[in-house]
Design a protein around this ligand. Sequence first.
Ligand SMILES: [Zn+2]
Length: 274
Amino acid sequence: MFGKHRLSAIVYLLALAIFLLTITGEISNTSPRFRQGHEGNNVGTATEITAVRNERVLRETTEWETLLYKISSPNEGPTVMVIGGIHGNEPAGFKAVSEMTSWAIDRGTLLLLPRANEPAIAERTRSAPQDGLDLNRSFPGNANGVGTEVMASVIFSVIQEFEPDWVIDLHEASNFERKVPGSLGQTFIYPRGADSLDIVQELKTAVNRTIINEEHHFLILRGGTTGTLINAVNASGYEALIVETVTKMPMEERIDFHHQVVSSLLYLLEITVY
Ligand SMILES: [Zn+2]
């Protein structure tokens, strides 16, 4: 009888050890692993999610100096670019994109430009005080123009270099479009004539499903004035979308909305964020 009990205890301990090994294995196989500052020779196995992040300085040693981040998975997939801070007085956008620099993805490439308009962000003004031009009326830009026009051309050349499938431009409005038509708050602005409206509608459904208060649900508007980033991007054959939150809402909630929209679009493109 004693021997049988000892056998049961050994079987039990063995089972426990196998269980613990399985759990540990699961965790190490699904955790993101970042390597900063370089890419290459970092090949993921079938179950491993490996994202590589590197950075590029744009307009180095000028007042416009800013960082572009590239998060890439070794697994092929779409390229999505997210831009914040085109208007310096719309902070949820640039804070949201800054936080996305710690994201990992299982497929494709994520290009992040958190602070597109540093001089305007520094002063918390819509436009850079140096020339007062609206960056979101300056695309595709002019490399020989004044500061804002040069910044537009630098951003646009990044888009032409990476040819993103989607460019998401994060903004903020002062009020809800539902309450004050024309104020643009809680909307997705999709270029007139662009032809992936079905994806934008799916995105709206997915995001609104997570928002309890229906007054805060997103609407889709078709538009984009001349000189806006989305119009210039769309004219080059890539998809583009503006996301507008409302500055009346708490900052954390606005940042969450931006994150929700971007991660939901990535999910629709079959990219999972970790
Ligand atoms: Zn704006």
